[in-house]
Design a protein around this ligand. Structure first.
Ligand code: PLP
Length: 398
């Protein structure tokens, strides 16, 4: 059976070019970058080149502002705990109710440690209220941590504006963004577009590099304690022998993303938009979550009234269609999505949400296949639902 993989916000296939770039560092050039002999120099150079490529991708001239990590969760933990530990005089943090757990749970942990945390709400479209944001900033605010793009809905927050307002209110407040879902999907020039962002996290496996590598941008001069200590690697900021093949792979994946930005994202957006139109045309009583807000080009989140998302996933699985009913980390539990809850998606629809997320490896044939089977699946599941009035073709009581 042909697999239709539309779960690229969960993870992506590794690009063949990335595999090729990594290969020598898994086989012949396996040396420890810190060793003194000649063959190890090539390995140390490869890390330096990867750092340079990563910095250039973000419009940075100083590669020393890039720290390689193992994943975005580590980058988020390192950023938030690092800033908190380096700046003990302030104890208020501003974040949103729709962050990925890698930020949300860290903030909840800080709240348990008697930090004061403000969790900003979003509206029905998934947008933040700028007035509420400005009112949340206080003289004791230490850190603002707000994601760039939401992993479940693809809604993009106005990070340029939020970070500028933060610094205009108080230049001492540190601004972190989790850009795990936006890196590689929308261009990010930190110097030109986001000069007020101090820290930015992302991960390799969302952009066709392998799982197990990520990075953190840390603007020079921003006070942030190292997270992993016990080694000199990453300028003493992150101890542990460097994962050279994966670091090289991450840089290669950024190079590929930069080279293909315009063409690929136009094509990906075209597939997403067509799927959205076709589903809307064929399936009554759905909500396209986040449509009223700026969105990533690759993400479509639909909630179908009177349907369990898990039943749809199960049926799609039978047809080889791999999608998701929420963030990968929360799937497996039947807890309704905290993001859709925060967006006040109607209760009858929140359980029936499906996320389709595309990458450059998808084709129009994938869209055709989903359009062919998805409406029928929804109809089948609804036929069995006590909340669905089959004769009326509508939810009961509508
Ligand atoms: N932040 C966001 C917005 C994500 O979407 C994810 C993964 O889905 C993460 C953080 C965690 O990424 P990683 O798996 O690299 O730790």
């Amino acid at each position: 059976m042909n697999v239709v993989y539309v779960d690229n916000n969960a993870t992506t296939p590794v690009a063949p070019e990335v595999v090729a770039a990594m290969e020598p560092f898994l086989t012949t050039d396996y040396f420890n970058a810190s060793s003194m002999y000649e063959p190890a120099r090539k390995v140390a150079h490869a890390i330096a080149d990867a750092r340079q490529t990563t910095a250039r991708f973000f419009g940075l001239s100083d590669p020393g502002e890039i720290e390689f990590t193992s994943c975005a969760s580590e980058s988020d933990n390192a950023a938030i705990f690092g800033v908190v530990r380096a700046n003990p005089n302030r104890r208020h943090i501003v974040t949103t109710a729709v962050e990925h757990p890698a930020v949300l749970e860290v903030c909840r942990e800080l709240a348990r440690m008697d930090y004061d945390v403000t969790f900003l709400s979003v509206d029905r479209q998934g947008n933040l209220d700028l007035g509420e944001f400005i009112r949340a900033l206080r003289p004791d605010t230490l850190l603002v941590t707000i994601m760039h793009a939401n992993n479940e809905t693809g809604v993009v927050f106005p990070i340029e504006q939020l970070s500028r307002l933060t610094k205009e209110t108080d230049p001492a407040i540190i601004f972190h963004t989790d850009a795990t879902q936006s890196v590689g999907k929308i261009p990010i020039d930190l110097r030109r577009d986001f000069p007020n962002v101090d820290l930015l996290s992302f991960s390799g496996h969302k952009i066709h590099a392998p799982k197990g590598v990520g990075a953190l941008y840390l603007k020079r001069g921003v006070r942030c304690r190292p997270y992993l200590i016990g080694g000199h690697q990453e300028s003493g900021r992150r101890a542990g022998t460097e994962n050279v093949p994966y670091i090289v792979g991450l840089a290669k994946s950024l190079e590929l993303a930069a080279a293909g930005f315009d063409d690929e994202n136009t094509r990906v957006r075209g597939m997403r938009d067509r799927l959205e139109r076709e589903i809307e045309r064929r399936v009554p009583y759905i909500e396209v979550n986040g449509r009223g807000a700026p969105r990533l080009p690759n993400t479509l989140n639909v909630s179908c009234h009177c349907v369990e998302g898990e039943s749809l996933l199960f049926q799609m699985n039978e047809y080889g269609i791999c999608a998701s009913s929420g963030s990968a980390c929360t799937s497996g539990s039947l807890e309704p999505s905290h993001v859709l809850r925060a967006m006040q998606v109607p209760e009858a629809a929140v359980q029936g949400s499906i996320r389709f997320s595309f990458s450059r490896y998808n084709t129009e044939a994938d869209v055709d296949r989903i359009v062919e089977v998805f409406p029928e699946m929804v109809a089948n599941v609804r036929r069995l639902s006590p909340y669905w009035d089959q004769a009326a073709g509508a939810p009961r009581g509508v």
